[in-house]
Design a binder for this molecule. Structure first.
Ligand code: SUG
Length: 448
């Protein structure tokens, strides 16, 4: 049976803005308060989806969320009509209104961790929604994320969904951004690689000093247990705390893997050699030949990696077995990164081609190509069981670009977030979107 890696990209929501909400994320901090362009952001994302589809990859789309999140503001004590809730929050606690307006659910690499059926004990594809509890604006995503994933992967014979882990920092979970799956073929049992930033229960593990480590070892272990992964099918590795302190807030800012290949920065991990040995050994037992490409710090610094998002790229397998790297425009703008990439593709190794995309609107908040997609490996039967409304096609692309052009603003500043009209615009757009994507009722305004 044929198997695929399907990329489900987050559709950027109508309230995309630069709130400066993510301490430890250099781009989010440095672009705070700039005017954003939600329409351009959504169209840039759709263009990437269309390009991948045109290259022959199966591409899906993951819906954005209802923002401002009036229910979150109510839970913090703001009351009255929806318009009054927004007005009162704007007057008394602007940072909370900004957080409740974030379109951060677009970075669906943080939506959930996904284990393909070949790896799990019950032979189903497992999803655990990420609690994202390090940042308030992200911690409010998972209830709707769970409903949207439930509407996309509804067939219980093939798909199992787990609620987010307990919402405490000890189980901080950021989903697939800290999870990579290696395998020989997407349909065969593989090895799932969980990267954590700290241990919450064992003080012997080092931790960053300046910026938060969002993912804990204990969260990663809990996800592996929930998904029924075997000891032979998992490797846990610690991220180098020193790189977290340089702005590497998720592992996918410093490493990316696909198939039998791990592409990473020299400084990405602790105990790198032992970790690579374990991956090699466990993959060999699955009949796979593990390979790694370590990018030396004297060619590309950690700072280069953070600013260019070289590793926040999509590593895709082409039909001829070679790989393609999808990188953001910022990689071409950095001479060291660009020259490294030229050398890489001409070296005759597995990565043969680099394609560049303009994702500036998302990049300015710290979200590159890899942040914008959730990978789900599926066999033919499972793919046929996915809600067909969310699989990208030429007509769906046209419908979605028309929908964006109709509903989205082309400029959003902090002061615009207080406009109660924005909530109405967002709800009108999302109501139409649930019909386009055939999701049923998934948003709070549709179910309450
Ligand atoms: O969680 N930025 C997101 C970026 C997430 C990127 N995801 C991955 N690397 N997988 C974050 O820090 C910024 C929002 C703002 O400042 O307006 C933000 O949430």
């Amino acid at each position: 049976m044929k198997s695929f890696e399907v990329n489900f990209d987050g559709l950027v929501g109508p309230t995309h803005n630069y709130g400066g909400l993510s301490f430890g994320n250099v781009a989010s901090q440095s672009n705070s308060q700039q005017a954003s362009n939600p329409k351009e952001a959504a169209l840039q994302g759709l263009e990437k989806m269309k390009a991948l589809m045109d290259m022959g990859f199966v591409q899906g789309v993951l819906a954005p969320q209802e923002r401002p999140d009036v229910a979150a503001l109510r839970s913090l004590g703001f009351s009255g009509t929806d318009a009054q809730v927004i007005e009162r929050a704007a007057k008394d606690a602007m940072p909370l209104l900004v957080a409740s307006c974030s379109a951060s659910s677009m970075w669906v690499a943080n939506a959930a961790t996904v284990s393909p059926s070949a790896d799990t004990a019950d032979g189903r594809v497992h999803f655990t929604a990420a609690n994202l509890n390090c940042k308030f604006h992200r911690s409010i995503e998972h209830p709707t994320t769970s409903r949207v994933l439930g509407a996309m992967f509804a067939d219980q014979q093939h798909f199992a969904h787990h609620a987010a882990l307990p919402a405490v920092a000890q189980f901080g979970d950021e989903g697939a951004a800290n999870h990579t799956r290696f395998c020989r073929d997407y349909g065969e049992a593989g090895v799932e690689f969980f990267v954590y930033g700290r241990s919450a229960f064992d003080s012997r593990y080092p931790a960053p000093q300046k910026y938060p480590a969002r993912q804990t070892l204990e969260a990663s272990q809990a996800v592996a247990r929930l998904h029924g992964l075997s000891e032979e099918g998992v490797v846990f590795a610690q991220q180098n705390p020193a790189v977290i302190d340089q702005g590497v807030f998720h592992n996918d800012v410093i490493a990316v893997g696909n198939g039998e290949l791990l592409f990473h920065h020299q400084d990405a991990f602790l105990n790198t050699e032992a970790m690579l040995d374990e991956l090699r050994r466990k993959l060999a037992a699955r009949g796979a030949t593990f390979e790694s490409i370590s990018v030396p710090r004297d060619q590309v610094t950690v700072d280069d990696a953070v600013r260019s998002y070289l590793f926040n790229s999509q590593l895709l397998s082409r039909a001829d077995g070679s790989m393609l790297l999808i990188v953001p425009e910022e990689c071409r703008a950095n001479p060291r990164v660009w020259s490294y990439l030229q050398g890489l593709t001409s070296a005759g190794g597995p990565i043969r081609e680099v394609k560049v995309f303009d994702l500036k609107q998302s990049m300015q908040n710290g979200g590159g190509p890899a942040c914008l997609r959730l990978r789900v490996a599926l066999n033919e039967t499972e793919l046929a069981a996915v809600n067909p409304g969310v699989i990208m096609s030429a007509p769906l692309y046209d419908t979605l670009t028309g929908w964006v052009n109709k509903h989205y603003r082309d400029a959003l500043r902090e002061s615009d977030l207080a406009d109660p009209q924005l909530l109405l615009e967002c709800r009108t757009a999302l109501d139409e979107l649930t019909q386009i994507l055939k999701l049923g009722s998934v948003y709070p305004f549709q179910i309450n």
